[in-house]
Design a binder for this molecule. Structure first.
Ligand code: FE2
Length: 188
């Protein structure tokens, strides 16, 4: 009898401990997502300026900056509802977004291609991050976080699809422009 109670207590304790680990991880991953979105706003703002000669792309980037601002706000609200504070969380530089450099940069407009590749890679990372948050929240029965992660996931997938679908169009535009500029240089 006494042994049975002890086992029950140990099992209860183990379960409680596991739930706490999951909850603490969920909070940590939400904080990472908040820092990530803050960093993405900074990078996308720079990418928007660099897309001046490609108005459609610039519009889409600006639209995604607004979505990203809203995402960071939703995450902040979730964290605050969990009793957490976001004031000390700083944007961290995404290696992919911030430091995508290469030999081809000697062509001035090459930046637009590099930025698009970085955006596709970043969206893919974000999708995995929100899937992790979603699955953990599901395990905890945290419906508000599940709902928020599902919403954000859809937005990230939409942006990733747009960037991937738009890549062939962009490559076409890029070479058209490069060719026109090369001809203009030759005529001088
Ligand atoms: Fe995002």
């Amino acid at each position: 009898m006494c042994l049975a109670i002890s086992y029950k207590f140990i099992n209860y304790y183990k379960k409680e401990k596991m739930e706490n680990i999951k909850k603490n991880l969920l909070i940590a991953w939400l904080k990472d997502a908040y820092a990530m979105e803050k960093s993405i706003i900074q990078t996308l703002t720079a990418h928007s300026k660099e897309a001046e000669e490609y108005p459609e792309i610039q519009d889409k980037i600006n639209e995604h900056i607004e979505a990203t601002e809203s995402q960071s706000e939703r995450i902040k609200n979730r964290l605050e509802a969990m009793g957490e504070n976001v004031s000390g969380i700083k944007a961290f530089t995404m290696e992919i977004m911030g430091k995508a450099k290469g030999y081809a940069e000697k062509f001035s407009e090459d930046k637009i291609i590099k930025n698009t590749l970085a955006e596709i890679a970043t969206e893919s990372y974000e999708i995995s991050a929100y899937q992790t948050i979603l699955l953990t929240a599901e395990k905890l029965g945290d419906e508000e976080t599940v709902e928020m992660a599902e919403e954000i996931l859809q937005e990230e997938k939409e942006m990733e699809n747009w960037a991937k679908d738009n890549l062939p169009v962009l490559i076409g535009l890029f070479f058209e422009k490069e060719t026109a500029e090369t001809h203009a240089d030759e005529e001088i």
